[in-house]
Ligand binder design. Structure first.
Ligand code: SF4
Length: 342
């Protein structure tokens, strides 16, 4: 069964509708508000059980913020977050507790995210202690199981983070994320700080854990080769908005959005067709999220930009089953009911 069928056939594990996250921009001695950064601007997607949704885009496009807002590590500025059909957008800290157990995160830099004064065993067992799970001996047993499951030796429970390699530290981060039996893990660039050979080991571990525990992943990354390897579906973000979302093979073999095409042409992904290998140079940098271009945010860098692109933001439309694109070149499909109006 394709992942898009899986998504349609079952209730999604998690669903975000028109999610927004804005940050105030302040200047001067008194922190006068001079604008807002629209880090996440009307993002909607679903993730089914046992599914991996890749979220890709250049640095600063809002993908990590979207992941953190989904987990409510950042408070959303607008939109809705649903987990197993329950809206959790505005739950207070107490009401969020059971959901926090089900939704975990793996960070980009395992070293920065591990407390250097705690042993690896204490770090992995910390979520169990915080949530009051089991007796002390049971927690120790659980930590030992988790060490074994992620490929660490039991005696390493007593070592400190600086005594581990980068790949081992990421295994500690994964064990900690698994401690409370989550259903969803937001993986925020989990392998980008690692050597390529180690990256493959961590990706394989995440894939095995998904099969074993039925985990869902939101996999945030800028490396398309990694995303292609692990994702069932992929969403491409540009300046806070999703510009294309479809299943993995369609995205890599027949992308429709000019930005996706440019991203793909820049990396040597073997499956990409010869047409895709034709290099499309992305001119310039990503514009400032404080002063975003009018209309389609991508028009300042798009090879196909025309007058309408500068005036009108394209809505995200379903151009074929499960394939969503926000581009005036593909305006024929129905506008998504959840998409933000242009
Ligand atoms: Fe390019 Fe226009 Fe499509 Fe935006 S809407 S991606 S500027 S063609």
């Amino acid at each position: 069964m394709s992942s898009s069928m899986a998504e349609r056939g079952t209730a999604p594990l998690v669903e975000v509708c028109n999610l927004e996250k804005r940050f105030p921009v302040q200047r001067g001695l008194f922190g006068r508000g001079v604008g807002q950064v629209h880090a996440v601007d009307g993002v909607s997607f679903r993730i089914a059980a046992s599914e991996t949704l890749g979220l890709v885009g250049e640095s600063g496009c809002g993908k990590s913020t979207a992941g953190r807002t989904l987990l409510r590590l950042l408070e959303p500025s607008g939109g809705e977050i649903h987990f197993r059909g329950e809206e959790i957008t505005a739950l207070n800290a107490q009401a969020m507790l059971p959901y926090r157990q089900r939704m975990q995160m793996i960070h980009q830099d395992p070293y920065a995210s591990l407390n250097p004064r705690m042993t690896a065993g204490e770090i992995v067992g910390e979520p169990l202690t915080i949530h009051g799970v089991g007796l002390r001996a049971e927690r120790r047993e659980r930590v030992a199981q988790l060490f074994d499951r992620v490929g660490l030796r039991p005696e390493q429970m007593h070592a400190y983070p600086h005594e581990f390699s980068g790949g081992q530290r990421q295994r500690i981060g994964i064990a900690r994320a698994l401690a409370l039996n989550p259903a969803l893990i937001v993986c925020d660039e989990p392998v980008s700080a690692l050597d390529v050979s180690i990256q493959a080991q961590i990706i394989n571990l995440l894939t095995d854990l998904q099969e074993e525990y039925g985990l869902s992943y939101l996999f945030v990354a800028h490396d398309l080769a990694v995303v292609e390897h692990i994702s069932h579906r992929v969403a491409v973000m540009y300046l806070g908005r999703i510009v294309e979302l479809t299943d993995r093979s369609t995205l890599f073999e027949a992308p429709l959005h000019p930005y996706t095409e440019a991203l793909l042409s820049a990396v040597p992904v073997p499956r990409v067709s010869a047409r895709r290998r034709k290099r499309v140079i992305l001119a310039g940098d990503v514009p400032s999220p404080v002063n975003r271009p009018t209309g389609c945010h991508f028009h300042t860098r798009c090879l196909y930009a025309h007058a309408r692109c500068r005036a009108e933001a394209p809505a995200l439309r379903e151009v074929s089953e499960g394939h969503l694109v926000a581009c005036h070149l593909h305006d024929a499909g129905p506008k998504l009911p959840l998409a933000k109006p242009a």
